[in-house]
Write a protein that binds this ligand. Structure first.
Ligand code: NDP
Length: 449
């Protein structure tokens, strides 16, 4: 453990006792607490007001049954969640994940992280997260729709444009948001901005789909510039091939990088000459096929059925964009030995604590998820603003705002790291900058909740 601060150690021990089976959640709490002791030294009022234990405990956790009928007429039951984590800065905001590994620990780790990420954007949005242990893989369109409708029938009671505004995440893309929104509207009889990630024909924002992946690259460019580097001419490895990975790869290529490997949960493809992102998008977004299909369609591409093997591919920069804990200490060492100079996280908590320690030791530039992938939620904030104003901004305007917000996030992480004597450590800087904003808001609002 060791946070260099007895007060934090005691709080962590209590959390471990209370939530002893929630390993992802404990990992996320540990990572944040290990960077904020220095803030408490100069702000004893945060201790007096119990900010940290209040911040660790979600304001509200809702779990619910989702029953639905499959194409064979069989009744199925899944478990749904919404964790309304912290509303000090604004209404709860965070995605919905449909994946068989979803449980309370995963929901709480994602919700906790979301609070800091949302604070970093500078927008008025609090943190939340939700989802279900439903596996969309292999389900028909009708089954997905019925599941989404059943899920929203309960979720609707807890959300709204001023309360809690969910969006997408793993397994929840534009199609699912459409079905969820349709059911919300039917139940509530209102067409409001209670969900983001909507289609352009019914209140969505330009660039929302691309924003997380594009934002990762914009943040990365700012970080690389601090060492006189740029993506132009770099070779890159991007794990995953979903929403975040595809748009991160697309923007990296647009900025002059060559993406040589991408993956899904069955393995990775390696293309020494660089992946054709247009073809990859066709295969993944239009045909909804496995990534191995790329190797069948393109010359010079190899498919290797080992998803973790992707980190053995030599590259200048790695973008983990699939899922939590996908990049461990061993992978970090291999990346470093192969000459990688930077890692930028598109997924949430993709690097294990051992991997992060390795990046630090080896002086590898590291862009932490809560800062680097905040472009998605920032664009969701833009979507909320457009919905409230009954306006629609053009793609250029949204992209420009996204650029601005990613630069500002980089600058605030960098400045916080500098101020507290961790120059260049963006992971610590992100925790400090995010925490400070939430702590001030909580302090101002008293201890009534
Ligand atoms: P998608 O469902 O679109 O894509 C997920 C991708 O990751 C798929 O290629 C999937 O492969 C792969 N994957 C999932 N689990 C594993 C695993 N255990 N090992 C290897 N690959 C895996 O999700 P998103 O792109 O939306 O999300 C990816 C990450 O980015 C998540 O951590 C999410 O929380 C984070 N994020 C997403 C945001 C968004 O706006 N969508 C915003 C901020 C963060 P397969 O198809 O085989 O399952």
């Amino acid at each position: 453990m060791s946070f260099g601060n007895e007060y934090l150690e005691e709080i962590y021990r209590e959390t471990e006792k209370r939530d002893r089976y929630q390993k992802e959640f404990l990992q996320a709490v540990h990572e944040v607490l290990s960077g904020i002791g220095v803030v408490l030294d100069s702000h004893p009022e945060y201790i007096k007001a119990g900010i940290i234990p209040r911040l660790i405990e979600p304001e509200r956790v809702i779990t619910f049954r989702v029953s639905w009928i499959d194409d064979g007429g069989k009744v199925r039951v899944n478990r749904g969640f919404r964790v309304q984590y912290n509303s000090a800065i604004g209404p709860y905001k965070g995605g919905l994940r449909f994946h068989p590994e979803v449980d309370l620990s995963v929901m709480k780790f994602l919700g906790f992280e979301q609070c800091f990420k949302n604070a970093l954007t500078g927008l008025a949005i609090g943190g939340g997260k939700g989802g279900a242990d439903f596996d969309p893989k292999g389900k028909s369109d009708g089954e997905i729709m019925r599941f989404c409708q059943s899920f929203m029938t309960e979720l609707e009671k807890h959300i709204g444009q001023f309360t809690d505004i969910p969006a997408g995440d793993i397994g929840v893309g534009e199609r699912e948001i459409g079905y969820l929104f349709g059911q919300f509207k039917r139940l509530r009889n209102e067409h409001s901005g209670a969900l983001t990630g909507k289609g352009m024909s019914y209140g969505g924002s330009a660039i929302r789909t691309q924003a997380t992946g594009y934002g990762v690259c914009y943040f990365t460019e700012n970080m690389l510039r601090s060492r006189g580097l740029s993506l132009d001419g770099m070779s890159a490895v991007v794990s995953g091939s979903g929403n975040v990975a595809l748009h991160c790869a697309e923007k990296a290529v647009a900025l002059g990088a060559k993406v040589v490997a991408m993956s899904d949960s069955s393995g990775y493809i390696y293309v020494p000459g660089g992946i054709d992102i247009g073809l990859m998008k066709q295969i993944k977004e239009k045909e909804h096929a496995r990534i191995s299909e790329y190797a069948r369609c393109a010359e010079g591409a190899a498919f290797i059925s080992d998803r973790r093997g992707i980190w053995n591919v030599k590259c200048d920069i790695a973008f983990p964009c699939a899922t939590q804990n996908e990049l461990d200490r061993e992978a970090a060492n291999i990346l470093s030995e192969n000459g990688a100079v930077a890692i930028a996280e598109g997924a949430n908590m993709p690097s294990t604590p051992g991997a992060i320690e390795t990046f630090r030791k080896r002086n590898i530039l590291f862009a932490p998820a809560k800062a680097a992938n905040a472009g998605g939620v920032a664009a969701s904030g833009f979507e909320m603003a457009q919905n409230s104003a009954r306006l629609s901004w053009g793609a250029e305007e949204v992209d420009e705002r996204l650029h601005g917000i990613m630069r500002q996030i980089y600058e605030s992480c960098s400045a916080a790291a500098e101020e507290y004597n961790y120059p260049g450590d963006l992971a610590v800087g992100a925790n400090i900058a995010g925490f400070s904003r939430i702590a001030e808001a909580m302090l101002a609002q008293g201890v009534a909740y």
